[in-house]
Design a protein around this ligand. Structure first.
Ligand SMILES: [Zn+2]
Length: 256
């Protein structure tokens, strides 16, 4: 129990750190982030190395790191791994550096961030989200779908506008600061100013920034929680309280 408590405390602290624009989760051992298997916010552990049993009966331990580069040294790949202290599963990441561009991080194992959408989220929005979540192979397609999903969600919640950019501008005024900041980063990372078409025709497949696809999905998860899951929980709590008041013969609560 104590251990779980610890993780929880760290969680509160880390949401802020992890979602800072400059600090994406890259899953290195010793860093913090959301586990792609179990979705807990954790400190990633140093992984156990794999081993093979030799024909002679001995055991050979294998290195957990690998690096390789092209002949002209313009393309470099570093593979490293870590382990989640919560679900104990291994995570393998490839860091790819091509020429002078910023490095791109790709999950090797699990192949996808495991994502689910809460049952409280309306069906049409859930479908877009889950489809976007299984598409990291095509970042462009994933980002297009998650932008469309975001637009549906904001429209459904009453934030209408001539494009997604305007819808985001409206909703951030009503959101808790942390979520507002993360949502605003969707615009910044998505570079909507340079790609106004992304914001106007959200389902359109156009170039994306390397982190855009996963970032938008992360923010959608936060919005699901805020707009659908939390209000449902509050409503259930209220109902239980009202039943209790009735039982003891007190007048019902005032309407919220
Ligand atoms: Zn895990």
């Amino acid at each position: 129990m104590l251990q779980e408590e610890n993780i929880k405390n760290k969680t509160d602290k880390f949401i802020v750190v992890t979602y800072n624009l400059s600090q994406f989760t890259h899953y290195e051992a010793g860093s913090s982030g959301k586990c792609p298997h179990c979705q807990h916010i954790v400190f990633f552990n140093t992984p156990r190395e794999g081993k093979i049993v030799l024909p002679t009966g001995g055991i050979q331990y294998l290195d957990t790191k690998l690096s390789t580069e092209s002949e002209d040294e313009r393309e470099k790949v570093f593979v490293y791994s870590s382990q989640c202290p919560n679900c104990k599963k291994p995570i393998v990441v490839a860091k790819i550096e091509i020429e002078e561009k910023p490095p791109v991080y790709r999950l090797v194992h699990p192949f996808n961030v495991v994502r689910t959408a809460p049952s409280e989220v309306p069906e049409e929005i859930r479908e877009d989200f889950l489809e976007a979540a299984v598409l990291p192979v095509s970042e462009k397609a994933s980002a297009a779908l998650s932008r469309r999903c975001l637009q549906h969600l904001l429209t459904e919640r009453g934030y209408k506008g001539k494009d997604l950019n305007e819808q985001i501008e409206k909703v951030v005024k009503d959101l808790p600061p942390r979520i507002a900041e993360n949502l605003d980063a969707v615009r910044v990372i998505g570079n909507f100013a340079a790609h106004p078409i992304k914001s106007k025709q959200t389902g359109l497949i156009v170039d994306v920034e390397p982190e855009e696809a996963n970032w938008t999905l992360d923010v959608l998860e936060e919005l699901f929680e805020y707009f659908y899951v939390q209000p449902k929980k509050a409503e259930e709590k209220r109902k239980r309280l009202e039943e209790k008041l009735k039982e003891i013969g007190k007048p019902p609560l005032k309407k919220p």
